[in-house]
Design a protein around this ligand. Structure first.
Ligand code: NDP
Ligand code: 8X3
Length: 251
């Protein structure tokens, strides 16, 4: 069989859907997961001649992830690339006002979801001595901002988990890459602001943000490096984004 088998979480929108299109366009086999089935079916229909397996699941449910991975059709079983992309931010309130339910949803999705997918897919990669895990972290995991509290914390986990995985995998041909995008226009802010499209649009107003396609191309680039090259961490931002000065409180 030609091409790679690529397992993408969060393929129903944003970076995941753009990556699915990019990889399908060049003939890779895809396993596409997310909670919403309709967008996954639509993606599958876009590529009628491709091997695209859709696997609706919630990454917060370890049994669903385990079952989904174990029962993949035989042609999709040997996963070459796992893109741990499913994730979300909920709210931008200061910590003292944040909703505990939002914090729990971010921890369960962004941390535990990455743990579950990795834990159930990695053994096959190690057994075949071949594979690549691409984890989608964020600039929010490296740089703080007001209201980033738990979201940034979950992405810091993704960054350090990626590095620690490489330590465990040294001596194998399994690669691990952590990608840290800055502001990119997807459904991300609409989800963060719980459906408030106007508030979401303000995040990107007057800027040229990163696009989902930019991130898909970055994922493809790290995957396409020769097998002896492991891109550890890759941070990228829009030309319209940079760091701010330290904030000072003056009384
Ligand atoms: P989108 O909201 O456009 O896409 C998020 C994807 O994650 C959707 O496909 C969604 O599918 C899926 N998802 C969310 N929760 C779950 C769950 N519990 N189980 C399975 N799938 C889930 O956002 P982006 O494409 O922008 O975000 C992708 C990743 O990139 C996230 O991890 C995000 O934190 C990160 N990121 C985003 C940045 C940005 O500015 N946009 C910048 C840096 C990082 P569904 O709802 O159907 O389940
Ligand atoms: C998404 C980027 O800056 O909105 O991870 O947290 S940011």
């Amino acid at each position: 069989m030609n091409g790679k088998t690529i397992f993408i979480t969060g393929a129903s929108a944003g970076f995941g859907a753009a990556s699915a299109r990019l990889f399908a366009g060049r003939g890779d086999r895809l396993v596409l997961t997310a909670r919403r089935v309709e967008p996954l079916l639509a993606l599958q229909k876009e590529f009628p001649d491709n091997a695209v397996h859709i696997l609706p699941l919630d990454v917060r449910e370890p049994e669903a992830v385990r079952r989904g991975v174990e029962t993949l059709p035989v042609d999709f079983r040997d996963i070459d690339v796992l893109v741990n992309n499913a994730g979300l931010a909920l709210g931008l309130e200061p910590a003292q006002d944040a909703r505990l339910e939002d914090w729990e949803a971010m921890v369960d999705t962004n941390i535990k979801g990455v743990m579950y997918c990795t834990r159930f897919i990695l053994p096959g990669m190690v057994a075949r001595n071949s594979g690549h895990i691409v984890n989608i972290s964020s600039t929010a995991g490296a740089w703080p901002y007001p209201g980033g509290n738990v979201y940034g914390g979950t992405k810091a986990f993704v960054t350090q988990f990626s590095r620690n995985l490489r330590c465990d995998l040294l001596g194998t041909r399994v690669r691990v890459t952590c990608i840290q995008p800055g502001m990119a226009e997807t459904e991300f802010s609409t989800v963060r602001f719980k459906g408030d499209e106007e508030k979401a649009a303000q995040v990107y107003a007057g800027t040229e943000p990163l696009t989902a396609e930019d991130i898909a191309e970055t994922i493809a680039w790290v995957v396409d490096r020769p097998g002896h090259v492991n891109v550890n961490t890759l941070e990228l931002m829009s030309i319209d984004q940079a760091w701010g000065p330290f904030a000072i409180n003056r009384s």
